[in-house]
Design a protein around this ligand. Structure first.
Ligand code: AHR
Length: 501
């Protein structure tokens, strides 16, 4: 058995967890909206046509913020199509996903639904086929109280109070050639600056996210961020980061170390932000909005055959396994370890489309294995992140070289003093005995050890077996002489929850 050790000390603070680190993403893509969150006529539909069974799972997942309406979709979207009487809303070609958009759901319905499930909307504006004018009119529609054309239109549509949406994305993945209206960093930076300036005049209280690179593999990665920030630094609050991971050619060891890539990606974008800050002598810091991340088997692009102008086609409905859940748990550890600079993150996406929640039209809704580490981290990973540096074995990976076999982070509940450790054993065969030194946290007495693992790493959940993969409580933890010990099974995600008297 491998051995590893770590020390938890409240003095080693990384930073406060911004609850928006546990966001997710709803795009008009495939069946995320239609027959995902919304399905009038379904036996579980509420009076607005939204599925209660899906909404319950969203509430239990714990997603304080939901990015909307895209994604690639937003770069060809006319937000005005989705407001007003439904019978008058146009059907449009969605160029991003080669689908038909019926516009049955738009900004009013989405904002109201997101608040019913306990989330705040994070809106993206179209800087692909539209621009400054559409962005400022949408903001006037959502946030201006009354007495103007757009705000009075919102009132006429049944919402007398402004929605007061705080978080706004200035376009989406504008460096990507797949994007309608993709462009250069300089052109995008100027457009983003003009849009930001106009939007801040409408509502100075908003927070703005400029588009970073679509991934660390993009040819302009690094220079893109630097150029965009040169144009926008004082007008925006965050730069976006997007990354998806998958197993390549059976190289599971590298896949299990995906969080190493996330660490490097975050650290490199932070370095660029701070470089631009120093060169431009700017006062404030730009933080990161990791507003798309997940496991996504892009090489198995399920649904390509459905890309034929269909309504709500089955697209990228990845089925996730135990391995994927362990990787998702590890990626969350990486986000927490960077909580001082990553303030917003969105698991992409929420329902059906590369999502922790699945649903069948007219049928059941269930959760994928990836749902569990996310829900538990969102629930217990609130407070202050403490820096922990596990000592322990390293192992070799083809993609990242030598990587730590165990990764971990600790979060201290600021009110109760309870500490939750999240840890992953990346070794596929051997268990790992973890020794935790808690002598600096005198009040901690006992706790529980919850594990997500399975003898079959390929195990999945399905409509027929919705609970085949779930976390289990493997034992009690007792603090003795200021220490606890726990055994992390091979290929496992672990939560060690320690409470005070
Ligand atoms: O989440 C799926 C897609 O991935 C989004 O539409 C796009 O922004 C990204 O490339």
């Amino acid at each position: 058995m491998h051995q590893a050790a770590l020390t938890v000390d409240p003095a080693f603070r990384v930073g406060e967890v911004d609850p928006r680190l546990y966001g997710s993403f709803v795009e008009h893509l495939g069946r995320c909206v239609y027959t995902g969150i919304y399905e009038p006529g379904h036996p579980a539909a509420d009076e607005h046509g939204f599925r209660r069974d899906v909404a319950d799972l969203v509430r239990r997942l714990g997603v304080p913020v939901l990015r909307y309406p895209g994604g690639n979709f937003v770069s060809g979207y006319n937000w005005e199509d989705g407001v007003g009487p439904r019978e008058a809303r146009p059907r449009r070609l969605d160029l991003a996903w080669r689908s038909i958009e019926t516009n049955e759901i738009g900004v009013d319905e989405f904002v109201q639904w997101s608040r019913r499930v306990g989330s705040e909307p994070m809106m993206a504006v179209n800087l692909g086929t539209r621009g400054v004018d559409a962005a400022r009119s949408l903001l006037e529609y959502t946030n201006h109280p009354s007495g103007t054309y757009w705000s009075d239109l919102r009132r006429k549509h049944g919402s007398p109070e402004p929605y007061d949406i705080k978080l706004w994305c200035l376009g989406n993945e504008m460096d990507g050639p797949w994007q309608t209206g993709f462009t250069t960093a300089r052109e995008y930076g100027r457009l983003a600056a003009q849009t930001a300036q106009a939007m801040r005049r409408v509502d100075p209280s908003i927070e703005l996210v400029a588009c970073g690179s679509s991934g660390s593999g993009m040819p302009t990665f690094g220079t893109w961020e630097a150029t965009v920030l040169e144009e926008t630094y004082d007008l925006v609050d965050y730069i976006s980061v997007h990354s998806y991971y998958q197993e390549h050619d059976g190289d599971r060891d590298s896949f299990l170390a995906s969080a190493v890539d996330m660490d490097q990606f975050v650290e490199s974008v932070v370095a660029t932000c701070d470089h631009v800050r120093a060169v431009g002598k700017h006062k404030k810091r730009i933080n990161l909005s990791f507003d798309e991340w997940n496991v996504w088997y892009q090489s198995r692009f399920v649904g390509e055959e459905n890309l034929d102008w269909a309504e709500a086609p089955r697209l990228i409905e990845d089925t996730y396994s135990v391995v994927d859940a362990v990787v998702v748990g590890d990626l969350l550890i990486s986000l927490l370890r960077h909580a001082d600079r990553v303030k917003i993150a969105c698991l992409a996406q929420l329902v059906n489309v590369i999502a922790p929640i699945r649903s069948e039209p007219g049928g059941p809704a269930w959760v994928q294995p990836t749902y569990h580490p996310f829900a538990l981290t969102s629930r217990y990973g609130r407070g202050t992140v403490l820096r922990v540096e596990p000592t322990g074995p390293l192992h070799d990976t083809a993609r990242y070289g030598e990587v730590p076999t165990v990764t971990a982070t600790a979060v201290r509940d600021d009110e109760t003093g309870a500490v939750t450790l999240f840890a992953v054993n990346r070794d596929q065969r051997e268990s790992l005995a973890l020794d935790v030194d808690l002598r600096a946290c005198r009040d901690l007495v006992a706790g529980e050890h919850v594990v997500l693992t399975d003898p079959d790493p390929e195990a999945t959940n399905s409509a027929e077996a919705p609970e085949r993969v779930a976390p289990s409580r493997v034992g009690d933890l007792r603090v003795e002489d200021g220490r606890i010990g726990a055994v992390l099974p091979p290929l496992s995600w672990n939560m060690l929850r320690l409470t005070t008297n």
